[in-house]
Design a protein. Structure first.
Length: 494
């Protein structure tokens, strides 16, 4: 009896410990909000609101920014015997408990970065296989089949379980493409009777707020001009919403040289003429730094020297996000902009020289034609481009802030060079004029031939001397008394 009471007491104590550990924080939707409340809370388990439901999550409140971990533990063991030899024949919908995949997706979209842990353990089995088509896949939240896994993929054939070894292997790690998360379902195939496969879909780890300190550049005319007097370090985060064109992201003048951060039409990032990696629609960190006579750039931690300058360093007077050149700005979001550690969020909000820049990071905007800018700004000229002065934003602004605009513009070439739109238009006009001239000549020749069809013929003498068929000829004469002297005796035939 005493033993039973002791066991019950342990259960009660464990339950009480769990209740004490898991703290319900009303009104908060992420660990970041709890951290920002500055209530001196410690890291641990908290209940927050996701999809209208109170959900237990793990909060790391000591990191900057705070980390929110949605607890998931869905372990799948593919049943025997080997009835799943066909590609993708075993199906499993991931279990997220009280949350739906859409609930989690809404939470992920509000975060700056998220990743999900996955593990695939195999023995005498493959993951994707080495055939022409994949034997397995997983379904993203938007119902798209995916053939990559943590640290490997079907295309690069680097998964441990696809190396043809008979021993037990494991492919484990994080799926980091936020737009595909969470994992919605699994499709596994290519198994035999001797195969052993265990799959775990694990925790979702998120941090940051995609809206805090963020601004959307929603038009290809968008830009903001900011005052800067010095710069040892420029930092910001970038998220592309449309990356299929040549666009400018930012530009600043250093020692009379205009340093530009830009994209080419292949989503490849360039700082000046130095090429960095191809960017996707996730958040990416960009850092420019001045160290002695050398300018460095780092994109997602990959650091490269850009160019050398002579000392002393003179920076400014303007840092421009986007581009004052018409139709030349990237479509996307910028957040957490700092210059030498100073937060520029408020400066962007209050900037007077600004076009088509909206607070917060919006969803992908609908592609629209470039509209006419309404403010005036001195452009920073791309040193690699011969720029037409009329290509920049210009306006005559009256006291009400309205003005008459006179704008032309161009797009960069594939590698960010000067635009060729004017040359293309001139070529089209020339070809059109040549075709028009040819058409006029053909029309005139055709008209002339029709007008003179059936040449006038004359013959001296009587009709009997005319050779050929005369039945279809018409005799045209004048009365004898009207015939002029010398024409008598002539006959005219058509």
């Amino acid at each position: 009896m005493n033993l039973k009471m002791a066991v019950n007491m342990k259960i009660i104590l464990c339950f009480s410990w769990l209740v004490a550990l898991t703290t319900t924080v009303k009104g908060y939707t992420s660990c970041g909000e709890i951290q920002n409340a500055k209530e001196n809370r410690s890291s641990g388990l908290y209940n927050i609101e996701i999809g209208g439901k109170d959900v237990p999550v793990s909060c790391n409140l000591t990191s900057q920014p705070a980390v929110t971990v949605i607890l998931v533990d869905d372990v799948v063991k593919v049943p025997k015997p080997g009835s799943h030899g066909s590609p993708k024949s075993f199906l499993h919908n991931v279990n997220y408990g009280a949350l739906s995949a859409d609930d989690i997706r809404a939470f992920i979209e509000e975060r700056e970065s998220c990743k999900q842990y996955v593990s695939y353990k195999c023995s005498n089995a493959t993951l994707f296989g080495n055939k022409q088509s994949s034997l397995s896949s997983w379904t993203s939240v938007n119902d798209s089949p995916k053939e990559y896994w943590a640290n490997c993929s079907f295309s690069d054939k680097t998964c441990q379980c696809d190396q043809g070894k008979s021993m037990s292997e494991e492919d484990a790690g994080y799926l980091t493409k936020k737009k595909d998360l969470p994992v919605k379902a699994l499709q596994i195939g290519g198994l035999s009777s001797g195969s052993n496969v265990s799959v775990m879909i694990g925790d979702i780890v998120c941090y940051g707020d995609s809206q805090k300190g963020a601004f959307t550049f929603e038009d290809r005319n968008a830009f903001v001009s900011l005052n800067v007097s010095s710069m040892k370090e420029l930092k910001f985060k970038l998220k592309l919403l449309n990356s299929d064109k040549n666009n400018t992201i930012a530009s600043i003048r250093i020692n009379e040289k205009d340093l530009k951060i830009r994209l080419n039409g292949k989503s490849e990032l360039f700082v000046d003429v130095t090429k960095f990696s191809k960017l996707d629609e996730e958040w990416h960190s960009i850092v420019l730094s001045v160290e002695g006579p050398t300018i460095y750039a780092a994109v997602d931690g990959v650091r490269k020297p850009i160019f050398e300058i002579t000392l002393p360093v003179n920076v400014g007077p303007k840092l421009i996000l986007g581009s004052p050149e018409r139709c030349n700005t990237f479509i996307g979001c910028v957040k957490d902009l700092t210059v030498d550690g100073q937060d520029y969020t408020k400066m962007i909000t209050e900037a007077k020289v600004k076009e088509f820049v909206k607070k917060g990071c919006s969803a992908k905007p609908q592609e629209v034609q470039c509209s006419n800018p309404t403010v005036q700004v001195d452009p920073i000229v791309d040193p690699t481009v011969t720029t037409n002065p009329t290509a920049s934003h210009s306006a005559s602004v009256n006291s009400n802030g309205h003005g008459k605009n006179n704008n032309t513009g161009n797009d960069d070439d594939d590698d960010g060079g000067g635009g060729n739109d004017d040359s293309a238009i001139i070529a089209i006009v020339v070809v059109f004029l040549i075709l028009l001239i040819i058409l006029i000549v053909v029309f005139f020749i055709t008209w002339y031939l029709k007008r003179n069809k059936g040449v006038y013929q004359t013959h001296e003498g009587s009709a009997e001397n005319i050779h050929g068929d005369t039945d279809n000829l018409t005799l045209v004469t004048k009365p004898c008394d009207q015939e002029p002297e010398g024409d008598k005796g002539k006959e005219y035939y058509l």
